[in-house]
Design a protein around this ligand. Structure first.
Ligand code: PHE
Length: 359
């Protein structure tokens, strides 16, 4: 067995001592050189990793004579500790530098204009539709619905407008085939609800889209919206119609408004009326809004024609009813002072944003 001479150990011990010092200097130099956290990690790895230089020193322990082991271990530990402190303080310096650099780069300029987020809003047409619905719901009406693609039968026939009736000219239509069309008014819902209620009293409104073959301009649109109203019961008369519309119009345009019924013609009502409201702009004196007349035409209405009652299952001797049709765009245009019906449908954000009201 090879037993090395003691002298050899002394020599090794002496050698190691010098070595420890130069290693510490080396580490110091490397730490001083490190100018980024990555560099510093590299330094750490070189000296502290499993096969790093400091671990190597510990492994040499077994070659140190026993009586010097404690001394040697102390010195290695002292080196380790000092290197640790140096690393930690350099780490702090570098972290601080990295943070200030980051802060510098991410500096927020509070004077820059912010980003605008537009969350959308409700089209003024729908604001008015909701308002109309609420007024009638308050009067005990139910909301009914009907299809936008409608049978000729419902759109015309059951409303007392047979195939060759001249009144069809009033409502030029988009036909899908000979018997189907885009409904030209919400009145077919009258017939649908009557058939559904089978002779029972009715009190409904029906808001919805309608379509007519029209050249679009400031007051015409091939698509627009109506609210149909229908009340059927025993002992219903024109006074009920007038009182209902008066209440609606005062809620919509102000308590001071008067209404005026002018005789008119619709094939499905008899008598038929056009309803005017006293001008809310000039109070009736005459201005540009009412075209000097003091009155603004607002809707069509009448007593349900006995033929319509009969065709849809109601006995006109027993039941009467009134019906009305309100153009929603017209009401919205008057309420908001909008001068072109096309604005409701062309999605101009500058126009729509004026009415944004998020619920
Ligand atoms: N449907 C008619 C139109 O669109 C309006 C109306 C409805 C008239 C109900 C009388 C009764 O012109």
């Amino acid at each position: 067995m090879f037993v090395p001479e003691r002298k050899f150990f002394y020599f090794l011990g002496g050698y190691m001592k010098g070595n420890l010092e130069s290693l510490l200097n080396e580490i110091k130099a490397k730490i001083a050189e490190a100018n980024s956290l990555e560099n510093l990690t590299d330094v750490f790895n070189i000296y502290y990793a499993k096969k790093g230089k400091i671990s190597e020193l510990m492994q040499l322990m077994r070659n140190i004579p026993n009586e010097e082991k404690a001394e040697y271990g102390k010195e290695v530990n002292a080196l380790k500790e000092e290197a640790n402190l140096l690393l930690a303080s350099k780490k702090q310096v570098l972290e601080q530098a990295a943070l200030s650099q980051q802060l510098e780069q991410e500096k927020i300029d509070l004077t820059l204009p912010g980003k605008n987020y537009y969350t959308g809003g409700i089209n003024p047409l729908f604001l008015i539709k909701d308002e109309i619905e609420n007024i009638f719901i308050g009067m005990g009406y139910e909301i009914a619905e009907g299809p936008e693609i409608e049978a000729d039968h419902f759109n015309f026939e059951l409303l007392n407008i047979p195939a060759d009736h001249p009144a069809r000219d009033m409502q030029d239509s988009f036909y899908i085939d000979e018997k189907t069309l885009l409904r030209t008014h919400t009145s077919p819902v009258q017939a649908r609800v009557m058939q559904e209620k089978k002779g029972q009293p009715i009190k409904i409104i029906c808001p919805g889209k309608v379509f007519r073959r029209d050249d679009d301009d400031a007051t015409h649109s091939h698509q627009f919206a109506q609210v149909e109203g229908l009340v059927i019961d025993k002992n219903i008369n024109m006074a009920n119609l007038k009182a209902t519309l008066e209440l609606f119009i005062r809620k919509m345009f102000g308590e001071k408004r008067e209404i005026r019924l002018r005789s008119s013609y619709f094939p499905f009502t008899e008598p038929s009326v056009e309803v005017d409201v006293s001008c809310f702009e000039c109070g009736g004196k005459g201005c540009s809004v009412c075209k000097g007349t003091g009155w603004i035409e607002i809707l069509g209405a009448g007593m349900v024609h006995p033929n319509v009652l009969q065709m849809n299952g109601y006995n006109p001797e027993e039941y009467q009813g009134f019906a009305f049709g309100i153009g929603i765009e017209r009401v919205a245009m008057l309420r908001y002072g909008i001068d072109d019906i096309r604005k409701f449908y062309t999605n101009d954000i500058r126009f729509l944003q004026q009415y944004v009201r998020i619920k």
